[in-house]
Design a binder for this molecule. Structure first.
Ligand code: ZN
Length: 205
């Protein structure tokens, strides 16, 4: 794409690095910004830079947070004995939208995926196992998507906690195999959380 301005070209190239944004879309967005007051672009870039610089990850559950401890972990009415294991913050949002879960979360930050070069050490698995060993947790609910990577990750964690006095369960799959949690509707997701099944049952199927 030949552009008459190096400045515009730089902006387009930066924006086109974002997922789902090709050069054409990037150019459309850049030209849109050029038509708006300067303050709008400044607002956008400031919000992005501040977010990137100041964002924290909850020291307890590792979800995205504005403070050391996230709002869910800090909420005294949440049951800290029940932990729902999810892949990322989008899953937390999806499950929170159901309004059905009163426990807390543990955000792994991904799934074990040899193809993508993601091993257990790159995920927040050790801190989960350590938490489990403290003897406060009564139930761990696996809520990763039921892909091969999700199943591998569940089983890897399960092996490390199965001898502890902790109930392990997995959310019932009214959700089709391979569906990501964030795309499931709230009612289906809420129901599958309530109808969760013992993890041992799920691996025998
Ligand atoms: Zn938290």
């Amino acid at each position: 794409m030949e552009l008459p301005s190096k400045l515009v070209e730089n902006a387009v190239n930066e924006m086109a690095q974002l997922p789902g944004i090709g050069k054409r879309t990037a150019l459309r967005l850049v030209l849109h910004l050029l038509k708006q007051p300067l303050e709008q672009t400044e607002g956008l870039t400031n919000a992005l830079a501040t977010m990137r610089k100041d964002i924290q990850f909850c020291q307890t559950c590792h979800t995205i947070s504005d403070a050391e401890i996230c709002g869910i972990c800090a909420n005294p009415s949440r049951d800290k004995a029940i932990i729902c294991v999810v892949e990322d913050v989008r899953d937390v949002m999806a499950l929170e939208n159901t309004g059905m879960f009163k426990g807390v979360y543990h955000v792994l930050g991904g799934k074990i995926s040899p193809i993508e070069g993601i091993g257990p050490s790159q995920l927040k698995i050790t801190s989960l196992v350590e938490k489990a060993k403290l003897g406060v947790i009564t139930e761990i609910i696996f809520a990763l998507s039921s892909t091969m990577e999700g199943d591998t990750t569940n089983f890897y964690i399960y092996k490390q906690i199965k001898d502890l006095a902790i109930k392990t369960s997995t959310i019932a799959r009214g959700i089709a195999v391979g569906d990501e949690l964030e795309y499931a509707d709230e009612v289906t997701l809420g129901r599958s959380l309530l109808n969760r099944i013992p993890f041992e049952t799920s691996i025998r199927q």
